[in-house]
Design a protein around this ligand. Sequence first.
Ligand code: BES
Ligand code: MN
Ligand code: ZN
Length: 500
Amino acid sequence: MEFTIKSGSPEKQRSACVVVGVFDNRKLSLSAELIDRASNGYIGEIIRRGDMEGKLGSTLLLHNVRGTLADRVLLVGLGKERDFRDREFRAAIRAAVKLLNETGSYEAVLYLTEEKVKRREVVWRVEHAVVVAMEAVYRFEQMKSQPTEVRRPLRKLTLSVPQRSDLAAGEKAAAQGLAIAHGMDLARDLGNLPGNVCTPAYLAERATQLGAEFPDIVVKVLERKDCEELGMGSFLSVTRGSEEPPKFIVLEYLHSQRRQARPCVLVGKGITFDTGGVSLKPGLDMDQMKFDMCGAAAVLGTLRAIAEMKAQVNVVGLVPACENMPSGRATKPGDIVTSMSGQTIEVLNTDAEGRLILADALTYAERYEPEAVVDIATLTGAMVIALGHVASGLFSNNETLARALTTAGDDAFDRAWQLPLWEDYQEALQSNFADFANIGGRPGGSITAACFLSRFTKKYDWAHLDIAGTAWKDGKEKGATGRPVPLLATWLLAQESPAA
Ligand code: BES
Ligand code: MN
Ligand code: ZN
């Protein structure tokens, strides 16, 4: 989809559709008011008849409204004016775009971006309108033999800003939103692909393609032999049961103007399918474990977004990718493995494999002398119990970093909530046979998983995002969400050095 920014009166737009808001209870927004005036009170009349109450997300499509130059006027309910905040703004945009995509307009001018949102400026509204619009029209149909065709898909959206002086900033915000949306699309596609297509080799191939498309991203793939030489015994213990060769993918985006600056390193869990291994998972919903590489997908998606924006930051992506399968050669409960850090691990449960592959990637990250390291992983089922599907779990050994990530998540409406990493939780990992075990029992399962990771992150500022509840949706809308690409891209952008 294409986006442009414009400033002008709604009644004067020559367009297939002009989109304006109506508040609950029947209060016209300023742009709806302008259409009403141009049409001699037609909008007010419709509202008085009770066909549009202004309930959040409701829509009413009108044709040939006199006094206007557009073919259609779409009224969108915004809910109560004093409750109109981030969530409501995004819901209104989503409702408008879904309706436009399903009806006859190829193109439209959106005035919802002119509505005031508490604590948010016009650039925020434009960026979010683009992200939400792209999210709303996303489809994953590459595995269907007959894609369902949308008869008249929405091709072009013009976003209106209040003043001509907002145009330049609006255009930049739209470009940023589009870059984030493209990153999310990539993350969603990779997440939605089945395990028999999206293998470790496939992830490596897509990373290499990303490097070809964006020459600022340099991609390197370490093979099993390379990982053996590096001593990645923890990572390699997880792939033992699989016929698919493991890949350790490295993506480097070192923006020319500050090549010397320490990079931020993103580490993504890339389990392309998690059966649990010998500690086999139950059958119910096991198909969802194809999403166990959504951390890896978020790393690729974020690098894509950053490269498209040509952001002035240095970012490195690390993706340990493999399958977790049972077999005669697979790692067994009780096996002891030696990680790249030299620390030994008693693998009490082969289904706690994410932390095992992340451990070696986190050690590998040391070589970059990083500014900060953030790992992203569908790590624990307990995370879904704790925070549901709304917020990602956030853990960190540095409060400033934790705060920066929380703020980025709030701004991106891709929220994270911090949980404790107190020393008291570390005891659970005690082992009689190795340096420590890979599980700590059910109580505080997400926290003890983070504690495990913390034993490999002592040399730098580090945060862990457990995205088990946020990376994909179950039910009728089953599919990858593209989260937390918006959070990560927003966090990285906030660290941009002023353009040289
Ligand atoms: N990939 C799973 C975590 C997961 C489970 C995410 C369900 C989303 C939904 C992870 O590898 C895993 O199996 N974790 C175990 C850890 C346990 C054995 C300590 C879990 O959460 O049950
Ligand atoms: Mn598992
Ligand atoms: Zn897993």
